[in-house]
Design a protein around this ligand. Structure first.
Ligand code: CA
Ligand code: CA
Ligand code: CA
Length: 426
């Protein structure tokens, strides 16, 4: 009921929104947002002192960047724009394969990435695998798929992935060299999926011409310290052909095919941290934390949500609610305390060009944060010389734990408030 009311409110104020600057309040029937902002401004300046009039909170010229058109899915370009995962070592492959072999019906997790790498770990179809069983039908796990539309993860067929000898994994730091001479290559069994989905994994079984999705995602932290921070997808094979020799039952062991998946972390990103004005005297700046990179679309990596009100990341007229993206209720905070989840990667349109600058230039201020406090709906602001509701920082910035003030973690923050040239992030 409440939700319907809100939708109505949003629709009613849509015309107003189009007419106004995007930085204006979205829906504030009682002037409550203005009052909250005044309280926040007061508490902020009381704690951090005078704000330099030219303090733009990072959203000034530094945040205007050129959008890179297109995402090149060719392996010989990957290292130029995205962090490419290292090939797995034999020891890592063994420890992961053993874990899946020994753990029946493990409880997995969900991850939510539009852009990700897939790497081969092992399958019982590979003759060098300890579990290899000749002629057991597993070779009919014919192609690996992801997402609700069963999109093929190219090169992943028959329980394996062909070796790619031209994977550009990084760039030589010597910028005086020609770009093509800076590319560093290695071999791996790997694929990069863009504008795709991790909502589901599956395979096509050519034995019975059916698609199956008996899979589980296991964080490496559950397996062994040597694979901590990684994510693995395991499949439990089944076949239901007409003949007895075409039938394999699920056995609860997800080691029939194992791959590693890695979120696509783009280079050149900036991080946005924000206060949602839930409490006007709280300065943990972790109510939402996300990274932004402009390519053919806006690619967002949601890192943390330390707020308990519905909060949307929005570009143009498309927006996503951050708790929903993490798969939690809006009262649950993620990655600022007890609840830990993998970052979420998703796509939004590019902001329309800023007419006052180069046509392809994009500003991070146009990636907006919309909060619904139950009464009002408002955008967070970063006005020059006023208390910031959001700040643009490098991705090396480590966000605070819940209710930890930004100046506790970064003591030079107050100095930066009055002097925009002060260095406050190491
Ligand atoms: Ca199995
Ligand atoms: Ca806060
Ligand atoms: Ca918080």
């Amino acid at each position: 009921m409440k939700k319907n009311l809100l939708t109505g409110m949003l629709a009613a104020s849509a015309a107003l929104f189009v007419a106004c600057s995007s930085e204006k309040d979205y829906y504030d029937p009682n002037g409550a947002v203005a009052q909250k902002e005044a309280q926040y401004e007061f508490a902020f300046t009381k704690r951090y002192g005078k704000i330099a009039p030219d303090q733009d909170w990072g959203f000034g010229t530094a945040s205007s960047v050129k959008a890179v058109r297109g995402v090149d899915a060719n392996a010989n370009e990957w290292g130029t724009y995205v962090n490419v995962p290292d090939p797995l070592t034999d020891a890592q492959i063994q420890v992961v394969s053993k874990w899946f072999r020994e753990h029946k019906t493990p409880e997995g997790i969900a991850v939510n990435w539009s852009d990700f790498f897939a790497q081969q770990v092992s399958s019982v179809n590979e003759s060098d695998n300890e579990n290899y069983v000749e002629g057991n039908g597993h070779g009919h796990m014919d192609y690996l798929t992801c997402g609700e539309n069963n999109e093929h993860i190219y090169n992943f067929n028959n329980g394996t992935c062909s070796v790619n000898g031209n994977v550009c994994y990084a760039l030589d730091p010597d910028e005086s060299k020609d770009m093509n001479n800076r590319k560093l290559y290695h071999s791996d069994r790997i694929q990069y999926m863009v504008n795709s989905s991790t909502s589901k994994f599956g395979y096509h079984n050519s034995l019975d011409s059916k698609d199956y999705d008996d899979y589980v995602i296991i964080p490496g932290d559950m397996i062994d310290p040597s694979v901590a921070g990684m994510y693995f997808v395991g499949f439990d094979y089944q076949a239901n052909g007409q003949n007895a020799n075409q039938q394999v039952k699920l056995d609860g062991y997800y080691n029939d095919w194992i791959i590693k998946i890695t979120p696509g972390i783009y280079k050149g990103a900036y991080r946005i941290i924000a206060e949602d004005l839930g409490d006007t005297d709280d300065f943990d700046f972790n109510d939402v934390v996300f990274d932004v990179v402009f390519r053919d679309v806006t690619i967002i990596t949601l890192q943390a949500v330390g707020g308990t009100m519905p909060l949307y990341i929005q570009v143009e007229d498309e927006k996503k609610e951050v708790h929903e993206l993490f798969g939690v209720s809006s009262s649950t905070m993620v990655n600022t305390g007890s609840v830990s989840k993998a970052p979420v990667i998703f796509r939004l349109p590019l902001p329309s060009s800023n007419p006052s600058s180069n046509s392809s230039s994009k500003n991070h201020a146009d990636v907006q944060i919309l909060v619904n406090d139950g009464t009002a709906v408002y955008y967070l602001k970063a006005d020059c010389g006023k208390a910031p509701q959001k700040i643009l920082v490098p991705t090396t910035y480590e966000w605070t734990k819940e209710r930890e003030s930004i100046d506790t973690k970064y003591p030079a923050f107050a100095e930066w408030v009055s002097n925009k040239d002060a260095k406050w992030i190491k």
